[in-house]
Ligand binder design. Sequence first.
Ligand SMILES: [Zn+2]
Length: 386
Amino acid sequence: MSEEHINVKVRTLTPIWTGGIEGSCDRLHETSIIGSMRWWYEAICSGFGYACDPSSIGRCELSGKEKDMKERMAKLCPSCALFGCGGFSRQFNLQINDAPTTPLHFRTSIPINKNWLKQTFGGENKNIDSLNIFYGDIILKIIAKKENAKFLRSQLLMLLCFLSKYGAFGAKIQHGFGQFLLLDPELALSNEIIRDGLKQLSHRIDEGQFFQKQDIPSSQYNLKNFIYMEYDLETSSLAVFMKKGNHLGAESKIDEVRYLPCSFDLRYKAFKGGKSFGMRSWLEDTKNWDHDSVNKLMGVSKKKGEPQNDEDRSSSSINFSMPYRVNEGSYRLRIFGFAPPDALTADDLTNLAKEYMHYAFGKICNPKFVISGKEILESLGGANND
Ligand SMILES: [Zn+2]
């Protein structure tokens, strides 16, 4: 057999959205998971100076006349070498069988947000009550090609560990979907696996094994601009999102406390104890940012005060996970994103997010863990030497 099978057990911390017919989430679409993996891998490769032009004209392409794998690799950027392009197939396949589902619901403290959510997720009839999303334990069955197997394995495991620790799976991550945990004890050593995968990537790049395109404009979605932070919030500080009246969607989820789907409020606008918060409204009303600067950071909205229409991963520079319960007394909130380099640095974005969190949850609210993409790259320490 010229294949290698890698099974990875995944536990969702917040539901996964993968899109489907007319935007509904009818079944778990592997292509959506693979698409998100590719998007993140491109951002990681950009951190090493490697980007692929995402337009169909500019993508790497093989003629079919290449003699062997080495010649093929020399014509491909690292991302196309893994995920495929014209003339070169994806080096792995992904299957997910029997993914458990749960009804879709949201928590929001502002009535107008309910309308936006119904419109965004419910389609024409604005009804989300019968929609299901994926939540529970799933097994990712990865079937990788045997050729180059060691490198392939290192990259796929690095990517899964990276996403589980710092990113998300699937679509609509700006609504807090797609947070997950890897259950295999082997993968619990995720720092090592991430480090090893990145080192192998950097090593191959240094050896000139991949094709480097010239004149690709540097993208915002570059590991160097990446930030990640983690907060543990007291359950009481999220009480507003547990009020029955602030529930939207299937009745059966009214008592759901394992995760609180309130990312829209945290990112856009929320109301608690006579005070409004939400990062977009805080930037506009308290920080007095102009409309264009707010749009650059939070995604484009038509006019002031409207949430952005967010179709793709790249519409917002900063994402709030749904807070998920870590124990009786607290919820974990993850904040992550890519600083737009023409507007602010990664450090600026981290500080801005901290300031916002102080505003929203009080001065004693401090991150439990903070890391930047730059630090991740630097931690490879002399990555070019070993
Ligand atoms: Zn490419």
